[in-house]
Design a protein around this ligand. Structure first.
Ligand code: NAP
Length: 258
């Protein structure tokens, strides 16, 4: 399927590995030129090299997207873009009584205020062009809270509220904003979450993964490829009537009719 976005230019944040990388791969396959970011330069360059294999232009900008300096460097290098995929690492797990104000501020900065700052910087150019796409990678925790990820539940809920209103304010200008909500996917993040279970319960990684898979109707973890393909569709010309939605990819884990 031709997604109709060949030759567009995208910024994909936190894209050297995992879900961000999956999104960058799918966009490259659709013919989109890319600016990609992550903190570690080595993995980022390796991903950039792979992406260039699709015949698209790729600029890799190393830096912490959740810091003001990192964000400024990425935005300066990126210039105007047609497509923005926001992403960053998720907050650490814990229990409600662990988290102090400083922990919340850090989570809000990374998973709410960073995507908002990126949208504020890039939406004016999209509006001026009369075309734009934004996909925010959030989490299933927006629809179904994950108790040990209270910082994530809180920050991503805040972003979701902002997007709900903003998506409707920019839609008249041909700019489409939606959120993509991963349930468990086979990435480093999942390994680190499962490692917590392994340590707490003294079981093996394989046992922890099998236990988790058994709770998912699809009986497996999602893949970055599946996730990326959905993201690319949400960035396509066919997504123009999808406004302010929260698209859940969780293998059916959340038991809800809607
Ligand atoms: P991952 O496999 O750990 O990959 C994270 C990527 O983001 C890496 O490329 C990492 O590179 C980059 N990154 C992390 N922090 C960054 C920062 N501050 N600035 C720039 N780049 C940064 O994680 P993932 O599974 O793809 O998860 C992506 C997001 O989805 C996270 O917010 C996660 O909480 C959320 N999520 C994931 C799952 C899942 O099952 N995988 C489920 C629900 C939600 P560097 O470390 O080099 O910066």
């Amino acid at each position: 399927m031709d997604l109709g976005i060949k030759g567009k230019r995208a910024l994909v944040c936190a894209a050297s590995k995992g879900l961000g990388r999956g999104c960058a791969m799918a966009l490259a396959e659709a013919g989109v030129d890319l600016v990609i970011n992550a903190r570690g330069a080595e993995a980022l360059e390796a991903t950039a090299t792979e992406l260039r294999g699709f015949g698209v232009n790729v600029l890799a900008v190393a830096g912490d997207i959740t810091s003001e300096e990192g964000r400024a460097a990425v935005l300066a290098a990126a210039g105007a873009v047609d497509i923005l995929v926001t992403n960053a690492g998720g907050p650490p797990p814990g229990i409600w009584s662990d988290w102090e104000r400083a922990d919340f501020i850090k989570a809000l900065d990374a998973n709410m205020l960073t995507p908002i700052a990126l949208m504020k910087a890039l939406l004016p150019g999209m509006i001026a062009n009369g075309w734009g796409r934004v996909v925010n990678i959030t989490s299933q925790s927006v629809k179904s809270p994950i108790p040990q990820l209270g910082l994530s539940n809180a920050a991503r809920a805040g972003l979701t509220g902002y997007v709900g209103g903003t998506a409707r304010q920019v839609a008249p200008f041909g700019v489409v904003i939606n959120n993509l909500l991963p349930g468990i996917h086979a990435t480093d993040r999942a390994v680190s979450l499962d490692a917590g279970v392994v340590n707490a319960r003294g079981i093996t990684m394989a046992e922890a993964q099998a236990e988790r898979s058994a709770t998912i109707p699809a009986r497996r973890y999602g893949t970055a490829e599946e996730f990326g393909a959905t993201c690319a569709f949400m960035c396509s010309q066919y997504a123009g009537y999808m406004i302010g939605q929260n698209i859940l990819l969780d293998g059916g884990a959340m038991n809800a009719t809607m």
